[in-house]
Design a protein around this ligand. Structure first.
Ligand code: NAP
Length: 254
């Protein structure tokens, strides 16, 4: 197999780690890329590079210089910039690109969701009646809530936020996955009125939504950004592997 037959997985998600394990196990030469946002990231198996590429042009030249033949964008559904860069860079190099995106969450009849278009709209949707808010949108989005002084925030993050913070808050450092019993306890003990979350999808952080439904807690749900037109997309690792096996057929006997 030539050097131009390597797979690049743009990662930073559980699905990306799963895919790296499966692809490596299937004998596909794989390199995973992480942005480097988290201090102690869970690393995928196999070769890993960490840090930005330097925009679209940086990604294009990195792929060309490193013999990348196929790209899977398995980044988080809200990581829209790297996805846009991947689309442009792979088109310039005429490389196949697949997006691996877990399905979005959808509300059931007993859910109390207010859906908003983006993080600023989520901050604007928090009422003025001094609600107690569980904020789970991630470290990078906390700054959008800095001006909300009519609520108390329990801010759950993996690493401490560096942006300005709302005046009334407590930081809770933790990393999922989360179970229903613990999420129920957290909402109950902190007398949470409102949960703010991005529509990340997936099972690992879904329990907060079940707990919110049980306790009648309102959910402010930030909708996903739009995907680029024409992006070939699958929603699970098995389908991504089916697509990859067509790109990397098992070599026959010599
Ligand atoms: P983003 O806004 O789409 O990308 C910002 C910049 O970060 C990109 O232009 C790129 O820098 C760099 N970057 C992003 N993902 C990269 C990757 N996998 N490998 C190398 N460079 C990458 O991304 P983001 O929302 O900040 O997310 C960063 C990472 O965290 C992603 O890998 C994503 O999967 C993960 N993540 C994000 C969220 C979220 O809510 N956004 C949640 C969980 C995990 P250059 O332009 O210099 O190449």
């Amino acid at each position: 197999m030539s050097r131009a037959d390597r797979l690049l997985i743009l990662g930073g998600t559980g699905e990306a780690r799963e895919l790296a394990a499966e692809a490596t196990g299937a004998g596909i030469p794989t390199i995973s890329s992480l942005a480097g946002r988290v201090r102690n990231p869970r690393l995928p198996v196999g070769e890993v590079r960490i840090g930005g590429f330097g925009g679209t042009e940086g990604l294009r030249s990195w792929c060309a210089d490193n013999g990348i033949g196929v790209v899977v964008d398995a980044t988080h559904p809200f990581a829209a910039t790297i996805t846009a860069h991947a689309v442009t860079a792979t088109r310039a190099l005429d490389l196949p690109l697949l997006a691996l995106r877990r399905a979005a969450w959808t509300p059931g009849p007993d859910d109390r969701w207010t859906r908003v278009a983006d993080i600023d709209a989520a901050a604007g949707a928090i009422g003025t009646s001094h609600p107690r808010v569980l904020l789970t949108t991630g470290r990078q989005d906390v700054g959008a809530f800095a001006g909300v002084d009519t609520a108390w925030f329990l801010i759950r993050v993996v690493d401490p936020p560096t942006a300005a913070l709302p005046p009334h808050h407590e930081i809770l450092r933790s990393r999922g996955p989360y179970e229903l019993a613990g999420e129920r306890q957290l909402l109950h003990d902190n007398r949470i009125d409102v949960l703010v979350t991005k529509n990340s999808g997936g099972a690992l952080t879904h329990a907060k939504l079940d707990a919110a439904r049980e306790l009648g807690v309102e959910v402010i749900m930030v909708d996903r950004p739009a995907e680029p037109d024409g992006l070939d997309t699958v929603s699970d690792v098995a389908d991504a592997m089916t697509w990859l096996r067509r790109k990397f057929p098992t070599p026959g006997p010599r």
